[in-house]
Write a protein that binds this ligand. Structure first.
Ligand code: ATP
Ligand code: MG
Length: 422
């Protein structure tokens, strides 16, 4: 017997029954992005490993232990993208999109991280991602946050909660780093192995540790907020004024540092309590240094990414009204009426835009065909058999308790359905 192959751990199939929620999210996001003047960009799934090392940072969870990295056939080290920003910035530089220009871009697709799979945390997962390049902010920072809030509203989601913080400039962070190292040195005994190592390399990463035993020592650590440079403090203050004016509620979380090295100044996360431990549904921030760090001219920028699987999970709770049905109308045909049935189905697709018409294929008894019709989720079955052909009619059978079965003259079918499909 042939052995069946199990899927890889943490790599999910998105089945047709899941699609309505995925599509609602994708369609809503695209419409909102367009409403804010963002344009789509598509970048490769595979990039040089170097790109992620240089952008995300050597001493981060992603680069240290989560990347899918391998040598291709010419011996070059390549990596499946763990996030989209690095690739988009690389594309902006490679294609000259950033020279004295502003770009508002969005992108959607799978990301890959070798994490421990659990609910809301997978090895292949999807992000919808936006980036605004060439904008110093804080006006665009507020617009980016407003844009995400609009997506939640238009989806009909219960509002997640917004947390914001400022990471200041690299110089401000360098000063803070010294303070932080002193603090953690004094409490070495409470640090786990990862954190001890990071103390010498990237102490701010310790603040992002998810280790439960570390939460007290993290909670009592000195705050970056108290070491913010004046310009960053002003930037943050203006962002707050703009968010207040727009009626966006938020909480300042001075512990929010984010897991990637490239952020500066504004960072934020949208969180929910309804998904268990995996509470972040959308996160982002400003990355003013990244473009030049990757070889482009200095270009201030900000971006965010939402976790599609987590949002789909929420959408299923808040939008149980969506249906995974395949059809609105199911055309059942007798053996001698297949050609006529096909023409009927085509004429309905021509005449009823947006209505889903499924023609029964594969023959079989009327009973079998009705069973299929029912499973398709259609509201009506239209039957075209020998007797209907002779009388120039179709039989319309409601499948969802909408009235009685009746005969409709062939020439009136379109109008008859229009009147019922609103
Ligand atoms: P977390 O703290 O949950 O690990 P993160 O800070 O690593 O998230 P980002 O790199 O900012 O996440 O990615 C943006 C969004 O992508 C997150 O807010 C989350 O919704 C989603 N996300 C990140 N990693 C995963 C994953 N392994 N599986 C599913 N969704 C994910
Ligand atoms: Mg993570």
């Amino acid at each position: 017997m042939t052995r069946t192959l199990a899927p890889l751990r943490g790599m999910n199939d998105v089945l047709p029954d899941d699609s309505p929620w995925w599509q609602l999210l994708e369609d809503t996001a695209r419409n909102v992005f367009e409403a804010y003047g963002f344009r789509q960009i598509r970048v490769p799934l595979l990039e040089r490993t170097e790109l992620f090392r240089r952008s995300i940072g050597e001493v981060t969870d992603i680069v240290e232990k989560e990347m899918y990295t391998f040598d291709d056939r010419s011996g070059d080290s390549v990596t499946l993208r763990p996030e989209a920003t690095a690739g988009i910035v690389r594309a902006g530089i490679s294609n000259g999109l950033l020279h004295n220009q502003q770009q508002r871009l969005w992108c959607l697709g799978p990301m890959f991280r070798y994490e421990r799979p659990q609910k809301g945390r997978y090895r292949q997962f999807h992000q919808i991602d936006v980036e605004a390049l060439g904008y110093p902010g804080p006006d665009i920072d507020a617009e980016m946050i407003l844009m995400s809030a609009r997506i939640w509203r238009e989806l009909g989601l219960r509002m997640p909660r917004l947390e914001i913080n400022s990471l200041g400039t690299p110089e401000a962070r360098a000063a803070y780093r010294d303070v932080l190292v002193d603090y953690f040195e004094a409490r070495r005994a409470e640090l786990d192995e990862d954190s001890l190592r990071r103390l010498g390399t990237n102490p701010m990463r310790i603040l992002d540790s998810k280790h439960p035993d570390m939460q007290t020592v993290i909670a009592e650590a000195p705050l970056l907020t108290e070491h913010l440079d004046a310009e960053s403090a002003r930037h943050f203050q203006t962002l707050r004024v703009l968010l207040d004016a727009a009626g966006i509620e938020y909480r300042i979380n001075p512990r929010l540092v984010r897991g990637l090295d490239y952020y500066s100044r504004t960072v934020f996360e949208w969180l929910t309590d309804r998904l268990g431990a995996q509470g972040a549904v959308c996160s982002g921030g400003r990355y003013d240094g990244l473009v030049s760090q990757l070889g482009g001219r200095p270009t201030p920028a900000i971006g965010w990414a939402m976790g599609v699987e987590r949002l789909v999970e929420l959408l299923r709770l808040d939008r149980p009204d969506l249906s995974a049905s395949a059809a609105d109308i199911y055309v059942a045909v007798g053996d001698d009426a297949v050609g006529e049935g096909m023409q009927l189905a085509e004429s309905l697709r021509d005449g009823l835009r947006g209505v889903r018409v499924q023609l029964h294929c594969g023959g079989g008894s009327l009973k079998t065909q009705f069973r299929r019709a029912d499973r398709s989720g259609a509201r009506w079955a239209l039957v075209l058999g020998q007797s209907e052909l002779e009388r120039g009619e179709v039989t319309a059978k409601p499948l969802r308790g909408e009235g009685e079965q009746c005969a409709v003259p062939r020439v009136e079918v379109l109008a008859w359905l229009r009147a019922r499909l609103d």
